[in-house]
Design a protein around this ligand. Structure first.
Ligand SMILES: [Zn+2]
Length: 397
């Protein structure tokens, strides 16, 4: 049963996205939904810059030898969409191999390390149709996939650096880290036992340095390395696994990535895979549920609905809408033939954080009566309302 906090029901009410049987597990983003997704993507992009990760973009479709080299073809093939082409190829389920191939071409020296590159990568995974669940489990989604190549002695610092940023990012969505899982070697894996010993030891040390106390999750690691997994708790005390950082000592060798150290010797870098959100779509599903659809102003599908009280004020209301759109706000004029109170109720249901009411007096004075979600209202000159809205809608990240 869909309850009122189910993101699929909220998505419907707010007119954000839909699914069709012609593309199972892949969302059709409506204008209002895409506005929210784009805001989230912008926040992720700004966070990448703060973490000094340089953004890249790599191909969707790559030939099978790439996936053989990465190990995905033998360990992850059932989740991959192969394209029956000649030579055969497959859609990427992750961006790591492409990033490693890019790093190999760079002929790195120790001076260029750590190399931090990231991508908001569109990835495809062939999940069973029974496993699909709205935005929470999709076959096509965007991953905030970053990779750090560094000298092995810098791994601990890099992991600690990543962990420090997480609290602030999640707090912007009223989410807190509830626990951190330490996932160690699974049965199905690549790399020698000695490599795994070293990877697990280093990651445990890094977690300690970051001040994290971890819960052991034996056998839960990725096939190429151990991981730290961040479990968030939302406003209803529900838990969600989101961020991750994974230490991989196997993949750089598989793609022959090396760097020249200060003595002119060729060395193998360590690789960290990191994601703050994992899947942007899933994170959004979770945030929609956590806020029960009442997204904070910066993230709301539309931010302000302009409501004229009578038809005579429509031209002025149109001017107000123009001025607010010009300022970069997501504003819309409501010319529906409904009562004011009905329009305010509809605005709430549609997730508007603000309603700007204009009646005879506002049209005469060049002002607006600005209502917030909590019902409070203030009459401001248009310029003042514009400034107030811009400040209220400023992204916290
Ligand atoms: Zn990766």
């Amino acid at each position: 049963m869909l309850d009122n906090h189910d993101h699929r029901r909220i998505g419907n009410r707010l007119d954000l996205f839909h699914f069709q049987e012609e593309a199972p597990g892949m969302a059709f983003w409506h204008p209002r939904g895409f506005a929210v997704l784009a805001q989230l993507e912008d926040a992720v992009r700004r966070e990448m810059r703060r973490q000094q990760i340089r953004e890249v973009r790599t191909p969707q479709l790559m030939r099978v030898p790439v996936w053989e080299a990465s190990g995905h073809w033998s360990h992850f093939r059932e989740y991959m969409f192969a394209v029956d082409d000649e030579p055969p190829a497959a859609l990427k389920p992750v961006s790591c191999p492409a990033h490693l191939m890019m790093a190999r071409r760079m002929a790195l020296s120790y001076r260029e390390l750590p190399l931090r590159i990231g991508e908001i990568g569109l990835v495809h995974r062939n999940e069973q149709s029974g496993a699909l669940h709205g935005l929470l489990r999709l076959r096509q989604f965007s991953q905030d996939d970053g990779h750090i190549l560094c000298a092995p002695e810098h791994v601990v610092d890099e992991v600690a650096r990543f962990c420090q940023r997480l609290h602030a990012f999640y707090a912007a969505f009223d989410l807190k880290i509830a626990s951190v899982g330490f996932s160690s070697r699974p049965e199905d894996r690549v790399g020698s036992d000695a490599e795994w010993d070293e990877a697990e030891r280093t990651l445990a040390e890094a977690a300690e340095r970051a001040g994290l106390s971890c819960i052991d999750q034996p056998g839960e690691g990725a096939f190429y390395g151990p991981k730290l997994e961040f479990v968030l708790v939302d406003r209803f005390d529900r838990q969600w696994q989101c961020g991750t950082i994974q230490l991989d000592l196997a993949m750089p060798a598989r793609f022959d990535v090396s760097y020249v150290d200060e003595h002119g010797e060729r060395k193998r870098p360590a690789l960290l895979h990191r994601a703050v959100l994992g899947s942007l779509e899933r994170f959004l599903g979770m945030v929609l549920e956590s806020y029960a659809g009442a997204l904070p102003p910066w993230l709301a599908p539309e931010q302000v609905l302009i409501v004229p009280i009578a038809a005579a004020q429509e031209p002025y209301a149109r001017e107000v809408a123009e001025a607010l759109c010009d300022a970069g706000l997501r504003a819309r004029l409501d010319a529906r033939n409904e009562s004011l109170s009905r329009k305010v109720v509809l605005a709430h249901e549609e997730g508007f954080p603000f309603v700007a009411v204009v009646g005879k007096r506002e049209a005469r004075d060049g002002s607006v009566a600005l209502r917030k979600r909590d019902g409070s209202q203030e009459v401001l000159p248009l310029e003042g309302a514009r400034a107030a809205l811009l400040s209220e809608c400023e992204p916290p990240l």
